[in-house]
Design a protein around this ligand. Structure first.
Ligand code: ZN
Length: 269
């Protein structure tokens, strides 16, 4: 299936950008990381890397917004970047969910500033956060519903149980489950099949052999969305997982861009 006739493979091997189809990176970050240094967090550098790879659009949230409850400071980094690159960078607003009074004002600010999605996160490593079961999330889902905003949710398997009631309650809110394949894969597969508003986002530092192939075999070619976790991880390594997967070029086109277009963009985006 994959071979000489696959433009994705040919271009990747030749070091050329994937410029014959739409490529959307649904999961990226800007800003500094508190636990280890990141080589270059400048949006200009991120966009240069997108140009080299052939990524048309990147949806970003800020690392300082996620690590440590500095949503306002982090969102400001994204706000500057999306105004600098309005056709290339799209912003996820992050809220300090532990401070219920801040949720709506932060989302309203994001709305005015041109953010087009919301990123939520559960406890990551040593970084504590309320779980997705917290009632603090209710106004956030209502806001997403009213304003047609997709939600990218950091997940590592176990959080899916807390997300499920929200997924059912807000069928018009598209929810992207980040890091599919990190743990409890069978649950991701079930969610992807069962819920039209769920999409499976791919970024994950490991690259288990046959993983993307397996998702396609499970009937999820229309529900898988590519993301890199850039600047945290390298987009070149992450896109290689799809470019070299033994699936049809048509399915690669869906996973690299067409599915994200459906999941993320509304008429107003
Ligand atoms: Zn991430």
């Amino acid at each position: 299936m994959t071979g000489e006739n696959d433009l994705f493979v040919q271009k990747a091997l030749a070091g050329q950008p994937i410029d014959h189809c739409l490529v959307i990176d649904a999961h990226g970050h800007l800003g500094e990381n508190p636990t280890f240094p990141i080589i270059d967090t400048d949006p200009a550098s991120v966009v240069a890397s997108m140009d080299r790879i052939g990524i048309d659009a990147l949806w970003v949230s800020a690392l300082p917004a996620i690590y440590g409850g500095y949503a306002e400071r982090g969102n400001a980094i994204v706000e500057t970047a999306i105004h600098r690159y309005p056709q290339r960078l799209f912003g996820y607003t992050v809220v300090d969910i532990g401070y219920p009074d801040r949720v709506i004002p932060t989302l309203e600010h994001g709305q005015r500033a041109g953010f087009t999605g919301i990123k939520i996160y559960s406890p990551i490593g040593n970084v504590p956060a309320p779980t997705y079961a917290s009632p603090n999330y209710e106004p956030l889902y209502n806001f997403a519903d009213v304003h047609h905003l997709p939600i990218l949710a950091h997940t590592w398997g176990s959080e899916l149980d807390d997300l499920e009631p929200w997924i059912k309650r807000y069928p018009n809110v598209n929810i992207l489950l980040a890091h599919t394949g990190s743990a409890q894969l069978e649950k991701y597969i079930r969610f992807g099949r069962e819920y039209p508003n769920v999409f499976l986002e791919l970024c994950y530092s490991l690259s288990p052999r046959g993983f993307v192939e397996l998702l396609v075999r499970e009937g999820l070619a229309d529900k898988v969305v590519w993301g890199s976790d850039t600047v945290f991880m390298s987009a070149t390594q992450q896109i290689g997982r799809v470019l070299f997967a033994k699936i049809s070029p048509e399915d690669k086109e869906k996973i690299l861009g067409l599915n994200a277009k459906r999941a993320l963009y509304t008429e107003t985006t």
